[in-house]
Design a protein around this ligand. Structure first.
Ligand code: HEC
Length: 480
């Protein structure tokens, strides 16, 4: 409530975050965390066997990785912080305070990673012989370690958002960092990254090697062995991760697949997950044992399956955290769990900085309701776009007029009856104003404009302090 609200009333900011962050993770895991160790092993074998073609292949894969990670990868990485800071500045602000040193270290590690990528890629052709080649490989190993560290630091924050663990009492950096979900999630992401890297290298080898050559057979067998072991490890880490996800979140998975219409699909998705995992194992064995007869399509398809898999996991992880943005501490709308009772008692508008008014009258019901909606609902719902509140109420109450009393009752119990939504964080009067606003939207679907388009209103109650005399060192002065 302390930041001007940024609103995208058609698609919602959630989808924008999902697209940017999803793209970033899909690049980061296979193409940064998983692939460098794999490339280093290829380079090492190339040196040991004095196999120039293998070294060349490793270089070509690095080239693709270099181009993608330094363009789309880097841009989406920065993009995540930009878009999350716009959509949920309250959460980013809290996370920065809790994880200050982690974030600081992340910055250093990330810079080292970028420098190492530059060195590793750009010196490949020049450092081909003798000690220089070994030095080159050492840079590759350092790069592999740094790439993993960047992920290891960020995963602590992602896991903390899912389960803040003992931090709510201890409030220390270490209790936040080593939250219960951290290590299982890190194990899962690490093994996933290795698995997907194996499939990515296989995908590249389809284009960079010729059918029927020794190199093609070798790379198929190598990638399949790599992917097979990491698939098994990923399955084990996945079970461990699942075991550490708090029960309240697991209960959300039904709705997490897409929307409520998909609740009954949950079983089918589980089957799909198992089938995907099994097909990875079968392809892994096949390529490992019979690289000569390994079909060409099988070099391409697994990469796409692994993209589906990660997209699904990220979507579910983001969803099941609801209603919280930081588990057990802050709801998705930025309201802290421990301030809800106070806001319900005193009213939220009084405490919000960027609202038109904090006094609700008959005349300003709709405009005050709009502010209430922006604060308490707009982080998850649009008015009439994606996950639009008009659509939701139409489904519940039909196309005709909606009963105000029923809607007010819904607001009073929304968290209890649908635990993925936070409790309504305002007074009875504010609930009535919100109902008036939503009812006005039903008739006249005015899109909600965010501060970026409509500018800001400062709460008159807060603005008054600007006119009060200022006390500096005990001396009272007037401001102008
Ligand atoms: C944490 C995010 C979040 C917040 C905040 C939130 N909602 Fe929801 N709401 C959801 C989700 C997710 C659904 C389910 C959407 C689906 O599956 O179609 C939902 C569903 C609904 C439904 C339909 C319920 C049903 O059973 O059909 C209504 C009505 C609704 N929300 C109103 C509101 C109102 C009004 C507010 C603000 C006071 C609000 N929501 C705040 C996430 C949220």
């Amino acid at each position: 409530m302390d930041f001007p609200p940024f609103v995208m009333d058609h698609m919602g900011t959630r989808l924008l975050i999902g697209i940017i962050a999803g793209l970033h993770v899909l690049i980061n895991h296979p193409l940064a965390v998983g692939i460098y160790p794999l490339i280093c092993v290829m380079e090492y074998i190339g040196i040991r066997k004095n196999w120039r073609e293998l070294d060349q292949l490793a270089y070509k894969i690095t080239f693709v990785v270099f181009i993608i990670t330094t363009t789309v990868g880097a841009l989406t990485g920065v993009g995540i912080w930009l878009v999350t800071s716009l959509a949920a500045p309250f959460a980013i602000g809290s996370l920065l305070r809790v994880f200050f040193w982690g974030w600081f270290a992340e910055w250093l590690v990330f810079i080292s990673e970028v420098v190492l990528i530059m060195i590793y890629f750009l010196t490949w052709k020049r450092w081909q012989e003798g000690p220089k080649k070994w030095l080159h490989l050492k840079f590759g190993i350092a790069l592999s370690i740094m790439s993993w560290f960047t992920m290891a630091l960020i995963v602590a924050i992602l896991a903390f958002m899912m389960d803040s663990g003992g931090w709510t009492e201890k409030r220390t950096f270490l209790s936040a960092f080593f939250n219960p979900v951290y290590l299982p999630q890190l194990a899962f992401r690490t093994t996933y990254a290795f698995m997907a890297a194996g499939f990515f290298a296989l995908f590249c080898a389809y284009f960079f090697t010729k059918h029927g050559t020794r190199l093609r057979e070798w790379i198929i067998s190598f990638c399949c062995r790599w992917a097979l072991f990491s698939t098994l490890a990923c399955a084990i880490a996945g079970c461990l991760y699942l075991a550490f996800i708090p029960q309240a979140m697991k209960e959300n998975t039904g709705v997490a697949l897409l929307t409520m219409q998909f609740v009954q699909w949950q079983g089918k998705f589980t089957v799909l997950l198992i089938v995907t995992g099994l097909s990875f194992a079968v392809l892994g064995f096949w390529g490992f044992l019979e690289p000569k007869r390994f079909p060409r399509w099988a070099m391409i398809v697994p990469l796409f399956l692994s993209v589906w898999l990660l997209g699904h996991f990220e979507r579910v992880r983001e969803f099941i955290r609801k209603p919280f943005i930081i588990s057990n501490y802050m709801y998705s709308n930025g309201i802290r769990k421990d301030e809800v009772a106070m806001l319900q008692y005193e009213g939220m508008l009084k405490h919000a900085t960027y609202v038109k008014t904090s006094e609700i009258t008959e005349a300003n019901m709709v405009s005050a309701g709009k502010d209430v909606f922006t604060i308490s609902c707009s982080r998850c719902h649009t008015t009439d776009g994606l996950n639009g509140v008009i659509g939701k109420f139409s489904t519940m109450y039909g196309p005709g007029e909606w009963d105000a009393a029923a809607m007010t009752a819904f607001l009073g119990t929304m968290h209890v009856s649908r635990p993925y939504m936070p409790p309504f964080p305002g007074s009875d009067k504010e609930a009535a104003a919100l109902v008036a606003y939503i009812q006005s939207l039903r008739v006249d679907r005015q899109p909600l404009a965010g501060a970026q388009a409509a500018g800001v209103d400062v709460n008159p109650l807060h603005a008054v302090s600007a006119e009060l005399p200022l006390r500096l060192n005990g001396v009272t002065t007037t401001k102008n």
